[in-house]
Design a protein around this ligand. Structure first.
Ligand SMILES: Nc1ncnc2c1ncn2[C@@H]1O[C@H](COP(=O)(O)OP(=O)(O)OP(=O)(O)O)[C@@H](O)[C@H]1O
Ligand SMILES: [Mg+2]
Length: 317
C-alpha cells in the first residue's frame, strides 16, 4: 500500500486520525465507502488519496458531481445510453460507470441523486452490472465506488429523500471527517504547514502570527473548514509576506465572529433559565478550547477573571 498518498492530508487530531486510519486500511480493498463531513473538510482529497494508494492507482479516478446534473440527465450520465434511446441520443454514450471500468468512481454530493437514479445505483453496486438506457442486456464493470456528502444522509433517509437500502450499501465503512472547530489542536499545525507550502509555491517569505492573532484564529469557528483556512493562509501570505501579523491585521469576520449583540438568539415563548444557559455556554466554550481559560474567555467576550468568577458560581471544574 502506498501510504505516501495520504501525506497531503495534514492533521493530528484524534478524530481526524481515526478516519485516516480506517481510510488507509480499506483503501487497498474494493469496499464501497461513504465519506461524510462539512464543506471543506477534505472529502475529495481523502477519496483521491484512497485511490492513489489502491491497486487502481495507475489509472485516473473518475469524478461525477451528482448535484451538477439535471435530474433527467443523471442516469444517462452515470450508466450511458444507446443511440435512439431518447430523442437527443444520436450515438452510443458509455457513461461514467463504463469510463470508470478498472478504476475508482468518486460520486460527489451523492445525497443529491434523484430517487430513480438511486434505485439503479443500488442495483449496479450489488450486481456489478450496468444497463445503459435503450439496451436490453447488461454489461459487467469493475468499478470501486467512493461516495461523499456534506449532508446528513441518515436524516435524509428518515425524511424519505434518500433510499435506506442504498444508504446501508454505501455506508459499509463510514468515514467521517470532523469539522475544523472540533480539531482544535490542528489549527496550529495546518496554519504552519499550509503557510510553508504556499510560501514555497508563491516564492514569498512566510508571515509570523503574534500570540493574540493566533488565539483569535483558534477561537474562530471556520465554517468553511480547511478550505477557508487554506485561503486565509494564502491571503495573509500575499498581503503580508515576511511580516508579523497581529490581531488588527486579521479579517473582520475572524476577530468579530457573528455578533451576539443583535437579536439573533430569540427568547423562546416558554422562557428560559438564564443561569442554566450561561453555565452551558461556559462549559461549551471550555470544551471547545480544551479547558484553556484565556481562550474560553475570548470566545465568550468576557475577561479571564470574569470567567473564573462564573466558573466558581456554577461549580464548573
Ligand atoms: N487535512 C487536510 N490537509 C491539507 N489540506 C486539506 C485537508 N483537508 C482539506 N484540504 C484542502 O482543503 C480544500 C478543500 O478540500 P476538499 O475539496 O477535499 O473538501 P470537500 O470536503 O470535498 O469540500 P466540499 O464539500 O465543499 O466539496 C482543498 O484545497 C484541499 O486540498
Ligand atoms: Mg468536495
Amino acid at each position: 500500500m502506498k501510504n505516501s498518498a495520504f501525506e497531503h492530508l495534514l492533521g493530528q487530531a484524534p478524530e481526524f486520525l481515526a478516519a485516516l486510519r480506517s481510510a488507509q486500511l480499506i483503501a487497498a480493498t474494493d469496499v464501497t465507502t461513504l465519506i461524510t463531513g462539512e464543506t471543506g473538510t477534505g472529502k475529495e482529497l481523502l477519496a483521491q488519496s484512497m485511490h492513489e494508494s489502491s491497486t487502481r492507482h495507475g489509472t485516473a479516478m473518475i469524478t461525477i458531481n451528482c448535484a451538477a446534473l439535471p435530474d433527467n440527465l443523471v442516469e444517462a450520465e452515470l450508466f450511458g445510453y444507446r443511440r435512439g434511446a431518447f430523442t437527443d441520443a444520436r450515438q452510443d454514450q458509455p457513461g461514467k460507470f463504463k469510463a470508470a471500468d478498472g478504476t475508482t468512481l468518486f460520486l460527489d454530493e451523492v445525497a443529491e441523486l434523484p430517487l430513480a437514479a438511486q434505485v439503479k445505483l443500488l442495483r449496479v453496486l450489488e450486481s456489478g452490472e450496468i444497463q445503459p438506457l435503450g439496451q436490453t442486456t447488461t454489461d459487467k464493470v469493475d468499478v470501486r465506488v467512493i461516495a461523499a456528502t456534506n449532508r446528513d444522509l441518515y436524516e435524509l433517509v428518515q425524511q424519505g429523500r434518500f433510499r435506506e437500502d442504498l444508504y446501508y450499501r454505501l455506508n459499509v465503512v463510514p468515514l467521517h471527517l470532523p469539522p475544523l472547530r472540533e480539531r482544535f489542536a490542528d489549527i496550529e499545525l495546518l496554519l504552519g504547514k499550509m503557510t510553508a507550502r504556499l510560501a514555497i509555491y508563491h516564492r514569498l517569505d512566510a508571515p509570523r502570527y503574534t500570540t493574540l492573532a493566533f488565539e483569535a484564529l483558534q477561537a474562530y469557528a471556520w465554517p468553511g473548514n480547511v478550505r477557508e483556512l487554506r485561503n486565509f493562509c494564502e491571503r495573509m501570505l500575499v498581503l503580508m509576506p515576511g511580516k508579523q501579523i497581529d490581531i488588527t491585521n486579521l479579517p473582520a469576520e475572524i476577530i468579530r465572529p457573528e455578533s451576539t449583540a443583535d437579536d439573533s438568539l430569540q427568547l423562546p415563548g416558554s422562557g428560559i433559565q438564564l443561569d442554566n444557559l450561561e453555565a452551558s455556554m461556559i462549559r461549551q466554550a471550555l470544551s471547545r478550547v480544551t479547558g484553556n481559560q484565556s481562550k474560553a474567555a475570548r470566545l465568550l467576550g468576557i475577561t479571564r477573571s470574569a470567567l473564573i468568577y462564573r466558573m466558581k458560581k456554577y461549580a464548573i471544574e
